[in-house]
Design a protein around this ligand. Sequence first.
Ligand code: 8YV
Length: 322
Amino acid sequence: MTATEILAPKPMMPLIMEGLKATGHLHCLWEMPDPEAFIKENAAKIGAIATGGHIKVDGAYMSQFPNLKIVANFGVGYDTVDANWAGQHGITVTNTPDVLTEEVADTALGLLIMTMRELPQSERYLRAGHWAAKGPYPLTHNTLRGKTIGILALGRIGKAIATRCEAFGLKVVYHGRSEQTDVAYRYYPTLVGMAKDVDILMSVAPGGTSTFHTINADVLAALGSQGVLINIGRGSVVDEKALIQALHNKVIFSAGLDVFEDEPHVPTELIAMENVVLLPHVGSASHHTRNLMGQLVVDNILAYCAGKAPLTPVAETPFSGW
Ligand code: 8YV
């Protein structure tokens, strides 16, 4: 059967809700008096799920819907969706690449400069009245001048960050699964090897089991006491406990983090530290970019509804017809 109905398990941004409601086939699970009963009664009719990473869309979840064809994920990262399972069961997963690349790269550079030049700390200093009372904010230990940055995962966003870093005069190197022939940056086959050689480690790596705790105590030790970690990718890539230890024991100098292991919960140890800059996962968070991402979610599902190819299927689920 062609499953015509669309399920939203959790609320998403108004642009997505309105775009999907306009089909006349959207079902908002949180509005149901008995969500479980709704799923039992309507499972076979559901062809599309729109998700924003708030719930785990794993094999167990997807298998409730025998005619599910598409899971449209809000975000370029789709670590909350089991895309391998989907691919094995004829379900297409879509994400929202490209439209957020420049915004996330901008945020990464902002976070990098904030961390290196202690801008949030110096702003706090001014607001606390210390400038007038105690004199100027101390000179910062760090600067971007003469530094080398190592990018973990040189994908679309990694490359946009690299371009910006070059413009700032930084030397760029990278580590990833494989060497890329179309870039001039030096490739390091191991992360520890790269961490030893760089001043700044910039993680853009996606989440999921294959990258879980890739940045561990060994990598942080290799980065060294003058080293700075910036994470704009996914919190799960960094062993947060090891990071807290490393910051506490001055194994590394400082960190700038936009993502965390258990969002929106940020360890109190990190919040108490002066040598970290913490952002609440705002990499892509402008109206401009989030609207583009939201529209892509809608357009992927509308493509399914019209029997057309999805716009942005992920690598694990190449489209071969509905
Ligand atoms: C979003 C992101 O904040 O695209 C991603 O993978 O991490 C961000 O752009 C996130 O997807 C919102 O849920």
